[in-house]
Design a protein around this ligand. Structure first.
Ligand code: FAD
Ligand code: 2HG
Ligand code: ZN
Length: 435
C-alpha cells in the first residue's frame, strides 16, 4: 500500500494531464485472494475503488477523481505457457500488451490487438475498455480476442472461466460482459487470450490524397479487394506537420498533401505487389511512400502513432473518440473543425484515426480544461449522423453526461440493473460510465 504523496503522484493523474484527482492510498494486490480481501474490506466500509492498470486510458476512468482508493493491478503479471495447438495463452491482468505480443511472437504467433501505448497498457485495462487499436479491420477488437476471464466482482465473488473452450453456450458470457465494462462490474485478474497467425511478410505504404472523400473511398475499395489488409490509418497535413515539428522529423513527401492514409497488409507471401495494385487503382491518389524494410516501416508509423504525443505538447487536449457510419465520415471531418471554432474561436481541432472502421479521434486544443462546450457540440453532431460517442476509449468520467445521446432509457436502465446486481454496494468505479 502506497500512501505518501510522492508514491501516489503518478496514480493520481491521467496520461494527458487533464484529469487530476486525489487518493488516500494506492493498494497493489499480488494475487486474486489479496484482491478479494481488499474488495471485502471496501464493501464493509463503503470505500470506493478505482481499478488501474497502465494508466494510459484517455477518458478519465482510471484516476481517483472522487477520492477513491486506487487498486493497481500491475503486480498481477503471471504468464502461462503459450498453447500453440489451441493458439491461446493465459496472462495476469497486469501484463502489458507489449509483453503479450513478445510472448506470442516467441511461440511463432501474434496477439491481434495493437496500439501505440503497448509498453504500458495492460491486458486488464484493455479488457475493461474493450480497446480497439490499429488492426481492428482484420481481427476485431479486444472482445474478439478474450476467450475467458477471471474477475473479482463488486460482490466479492470470483468468476473464473479460463479453460479455453471456444464453444461454451452455457448462459451469460462473462468475457463479453466485462469487455468494455470500465471497471464498474468487476476487477479483471487474468484472461485467456486468442492468438493469431504471425505472417512472414508485411507491406506498408503512406498514401497521400487530395481530399478526404477520395481517401475514404480508397480505403473502402482496398478493404473489399485485399483480404490481407491489416491497417488503414488516416491523418491530415496539420497533424503531420505538428508531429514533424514536435519530434524533429523530416516530412515523408517533398510537397505536402491534404490527407494521408497509412496502409499495411500482411500475408504468408509478399503482399507488396497486391497492395501496390490496389493503391494505384485509387482515384485522387497524389503520392505514395513505400517502406522498404522494418526501419522504413517504423518511420512511416511514427507519423501516425506520434499524433497523441505531439498533441499533448500543446497542453491537455479534450479527446473525443467517435465512430461514424462510413458514408458520413467525410462530411463529418469537413464540418467538425468549423463547428468547433464557431463555439470557441481559440479552439483548434485535430482529426486522425482508424478510418477503416469509421473511428475518428477528434482532439481539441486551446480550450479550458473544464470548458465542455466544444465537446457537447461535437458529440451531439456525431449522434445526429448516426455515430457513437465512444469508438474505443470508453465513456469514463469524461463522457458520462452524454451517454444518453447513444443509449435509450431502456438500455440505461438494464445497464444500471446489471451494475447493481454485480456491485451491490457501488464501490467499483462509481464515478465512471453513469451520470
Ligand atoms: P487504465 O488506463 O489503467 O484504465 C482504463 C480503465 O480500465 C479505467 O476505467 C480503469 O478503472 C479500468 N481498469 C484498468 N484495469 C482494470 C482491471 N484489471 N479490471 C477492471 N478494470 C480495470 N485505446 C484504444 O482502444 N486504441 C488505441 O489505438 C489506443 N491508443 C493509445 C495510444 C496512446 C499513446 C495512449 C496514451 C492511449 C491509447 N489508447 C488506445 C487508450 C488506452 O491505451 C487503452 O484504453 C487501454 O486499454 C488502457 O489500458 P490501461 O492498462 O492503461 O488501463
Ligand atoms: C490512437 O489511435 C489512440 O492513436 C489515441 O486511440 C487517440 O490521442 C488520441 O486521441
Ligand atoms: Zn485509436
Amino acid at each position: 500500500m502506497l500512501t505518501s504523496p510522492d508514491q501516489r503522484a503518478t496514480y493520481e493523474v491521467d496520461w494527458t494531464g487533464r484529469f487530476r484527482g486525489h487518493t488516500p492510498a494506492v493498494v497493489r494486490p499480488a494475487s486474486t485472494d489479496e484482491l478479494v480481501a481488499i474488495i471485502d474490506a471496501c464493501r464493509r466500509t463503503h470505500v470506493a475503488i478505482v481499478p488501474q492498470g497502465g494508466n494510459t486510458g484517455l477518458v478519465g476512468g482510471g484516476v481517483p477523481l472522487g477520492d477513491e482508493i486506487v487498486v493497481s493491478l500491475r503486480r498481477l503479471t503471471t504468464v502461462g505457457a503459450v498453447d500453440t495447438s489451441a493458439r491461446q495463452v493465459t496472462v495476469g491482468a497486469g501484463v502489458t500488451l507489449a509483453d503479450v505480443q513478445n510472448l506470442a511472437a516467441a511461440a511463432g504467433l501474434r496477439y491481434a490487438v495493437d496500439l501505440s501505448a503497448r509498453d504500458s497498457a495492460t491486458i486488464g485495462g484493455m479488457i475493461a475498455t474493450n480497446a480497439g487499436g490499429i488492426n481492428m479491420i482484420r481481427y476485431g477488437g479486444t472482445r474478439e480476442q478474450v476467450i475467458g476471464v477471471e474477475a473479482v466482482l463488486g460482490s466479492g465473488q470470483i468468476v473464473s472461466r479460463l479453460g479455453g473452450l471456444l464453444k461454451d453456450n452455457t448462459g451469460y458470457h462473462f468475457p463479453s460482459l466485462l469487455c468494455g465494462s470500465e471497471g464498474t462490474l468487476g476487477i479483471v485478474t487474468a484472461a485467456r487470450l486468442r492468438l493469431v497467425t504471425q505472417h512472414a511478410h508485411r507491406a506498408t505504404a503512406l498514401v497521400a490524397f487530395r481530399t478526404v472523400v477520395d481517401a475514404v473511398a480508397a480505403v473502402s475499395m482496398w478493404r473489399s479487394h485485399l483480404d490481407t489488409l491489416e491497417a488503414a490509418e488516416l491523418f491530415l497535413d496539420a497533424g503531420l506537420q505538428l508531429v514533424c515539428r514536435a519530434f524533429d522529423l523530416s516530412p515523408p513527401f517533398t510537397s505536402p498533401w491534404p490527407v494521408y492514409v497509412l496502409v499495411e497488409a500482411a500475408d504468408h507471401v509478399d503482399p507488396t505487389e497486391a497492395l501496390g495494385r490496389a493503391v494505384e487503382a485509387s482515384s485522387g491518389m497524389a503520392d505514395v511512400a513505400v517502406a522498404g524494410d522494418e526501419k522504413g516501416r517504423r518511420a512511416l508509423w511514427r507519423y501516425r502513432e506520434d499524433h497523441t504525443l505531439a498533441i499533448n505538447t500543446l497542453g491537455p487536449p479534450h479527446k473525443l473518440d467517435v465512430t461514424l457510419p462510413i458514408d458520413r465520415l467525410a462530411e463529418f471531418m469537413k464540418v467538425v473543425p468549423k463547428a468547433v471554432s464557431e463555439v470557441d474561436r481559440a479552439a483548434q481541432t485535430w482529426l486522425f484515426g482508424h478510418v477503416g472502421d469509421g473511428n475518428i479521434h477528434v482532439n481539441i486544443t486551446g480550450v479550458g480544461r473544464d470548458d465542455e462546450r466544444t465537446d457537447e457540440r461535437v458529440l451531439t453532431y456525431v449522434c445526429e449522423l448516426g455515430g457513437s460517442i465512444s469508438a474505443e476509449h470508453g465513456i469514463g468520467t469524461a463522457k458520462k453526461q452524454w451517454l444518453h445521446l447513444n443509449r435509450s432509457p431502456a438500455e440505461l436502465s438494464a445497464m444500471r440493473a446489471i451494475k447493481v446486481a454485480l456491485d451491490p454496494v457501488n464501490i467499483l468505479n462509481p464515478n465512471v460510465l453513469f451520470a
